[in-house]
Design a protein around this ligand. Sequence first.
Ligand SMILES: Cc1cc2nc3c(=O)[nH]c(=O)nc-3n(C[C@H](O)[C@H](O)[C@H](O)COP(=O)(O)O)c2cc1C
Length: 222
Amino acid sequence: MSTEKPLSRAIHDRRATPSFDGRPIPFKDLRRILDAGLSAPSAYNLQPWRFVVVRTPEQKRRLRSACYNQPKVDEASAVIVACGDADGWRNGDLEEMLRMGRENGMPENYAEQAKAAIPAYLSNHPNIEMWLNRHVMIAFTHMMLMAEVLGYDTAPMEGYEPEKVSEVLKLPLSYVTVALLAIGWGRGADKFSGGRFSFSRTVFGEEYGRPLSDKPGDKADE
Ligand SMILES: Cc1cc2nc3c(=O)[nH]c(=O)nc-3n(C[C@H](O)[C@H](O)[C@H](O)COP(=O)(O)O)c2cc1C
C-alpha cells in the first residue's frame, strides 16, 4: 500500500464489507493495523485487550464454523479476534503498567495510589465484561480505521458463538471475546447503505432532549 487515505475520508468511505477476495495481507500492514489498536487509550493505561490474528485457511475454516458459518470469516485475508482479559491486571499487567509508567516519569505518589486503587476497583467491579468491552472496542475501532486508512476493506462482526470461538482459539478462561474484525480486499458490490439517524434524533445539548445549537446558551439550547 503506497498512498494512505486521510482519516476523515476513511471514516466517510468505510462500509461493512460483505465479501472478500482472500488475497493475503502483507505483514507490515497487519502490524501497523495492530499497532494502531495497541495505541488506544485505556483507564489507568491498563490495556486489557488481547488480539488473536487468524490467517491460515484451516484455522479460518474452524473459526467460520464458530461464526454461524459467515463466509467472510474465511474469505478475509486476516480476522482479528478482539478479546479482553478479565485477569490481566492480576497477572502482571498492573506491574508492567507501573514499570513503564515509572520509566516515563510517572510520579511515585501516583504509582502508589494506582497500585492500591486498581485492585480495589477491579476486584469488586460490578460488570467486568462491560469494562472490558469499553476498552477493547476503542482499540478495535483504532484498528478498523487504520486498516481503512491503509486502503483495506473491513467487516466488524459480533455474529459468533463465544464458547466455540474460545475453543477454536484455545483462549484462557479469563478471556472474553468482544468482536471480530475481518480485513482484506472487498469483492463484489457493497450491500445497501442503511443510512444513519439524524443529528436531532441522536445528539443533545446540555441535557437530554434539548437540541444542540452552534453557540452554547443559544435559544435552541434553552
Ligand atoms: C460490533 C458490530 C458487529 C457486527 N456484526 C456483524 C456480523 O456478525 N455480521 C455482519 O454481516 N455484519 C455485522 N456488522 C455490520 C453491520 O451490520 C453494519 O456495520 C451496519 O449494517 C451498517 O453498515 P455499514 O457499516 O456498511 O455502514 C457488525 C457491526 C458492528 C459494529
